[in-house]
Design a protein around this ligand. Structure first.
Ligand code: FES
Ligand SMILES: [Fe+2]
Length: 283
């Protein structure tokens, strides 16, 4: 029997890199875990830690990046942590050796991270680092400039949970109505014929029949992607969405709109190209 689906042992994108501030720590929530994103001065990569100092559990997101060391400094008593979460400095320690000798016991919890396809990714289980290393990111084949694609990103924090969000994005029948005048047209609502190409616990793939071919791919828990092809399949557009479980009743969607044609024009097929928005609600 396959083990139960473990939400904590998957890769999730937290944010487009361009939205992150390298100068200060930023709090973020994933699966109810409070996390802090920060960038050590010495590193090209942002780091993600549990948002609690190992000393008295103060939120590290309320700390700062120390100007001299470039490490993350807790704002309560000033302990500092390097990019692996190892404590490098305790201002109150009488003897600096006390810190170096005990550094294994004084760690902040660092999570596995990646930076790929313009996104910061995290694996929210510090105990399964090996599994994280062996698990590929749920990347989209469309977010690939070498294949002629261009894309833009769009982020929304939503006041409803991950399950509602997945159901919404996987449901093209609402588009003519709730997206009327943007991507939809009420007058064009009609039955949609689905063909299930594959359906396993790891991947669901569905195609629809019609003038424009549409493929919907769901790779649990977060990648939900639409690909539309025109003519002989060489012209493709669509979006990859990452539906992120933030906490009960809250979710976040990151959408990357991509196309491999019409690079210099705004296309009616991708009306959100060029925008980068946040808002509090929306279907
Ligand atoms: S709680 Fe962070 S240094 Fe004391
Ligand atoms: Fe929608």
């Amino acid at each position: 029997m396959k083990p139960e689906f473990n939400f904590f042992q998957h890769w999730y994108p937290l944010s487009p890199i361009e939205d992150l501030d390298p100068k200060k720590p930023t709090p973020v929530t994933l699966l109810g875990l409070h996390l802090v994103i920060w960038k050590p001065k010495s590193s090209e990569t942002f780091q993600v830690f549990l948002d609690q100092c190992p000393h008295r559990l103060a939120p590290l997101s309320e700390g700062r990046i120390d100007e001299k060391t470039g490490n993350l400094m807790c704002s309560y008593h000033g302990w500092q942590f390097d990019k692996q979460g190892i404590c490098t400095h305790i201002p109150q320690a009488e003897n600096p050796e006390l810190v170096s000798k005990n550094k294994e016991n004084l760690c902040a919890v660092a999570l596995p991270v990646r930076q790929q396809q313009d996104l910061l990714w995290v694996w929210p289980d510090a105990k399964s680092t090996q599994q994280a290393n062996n698990t590929p990111l749920p990347l989209s084949p469309k977010i690939d400039a070498s294949k002629g694609f261009v894309w833009t990103s769009f982020v929304r924090d939503l006041e409803y949970d991950w399950q509602t969000l997945i159901e919404n994005v996987a449901d093209p029948s609402h588009v003519p109505f709730s997206h009327h005048g943007v991507q939809g047209d009420r007058a064009k609502a009609r039955p949609i014929e689905f063909k299930i190409e594959q359906s396993t616990p790891d991947l669901i793939e569905v195609t629809t029949v019609g003038r424009v071919q549409r493929k919907i791919t769901f790779e649990p828990p977060c990648r939900l992607e639409y690909t539309f092809s025109l003519g002989d399949d060489s012209k493709q557009f669509g979006f990859v969405s990452y539906c992120i479980p933030v906490s009960p009743g809250k979710s976040r969607i990151i959408i990357l709109f991509a196309r491999n044609f019409g690079h210099n024009t705004l296309s009616s097929a991708t009306p959100l190209v060029g925008t980068h928005q946040r808002s509090q609600s929306g279907y």
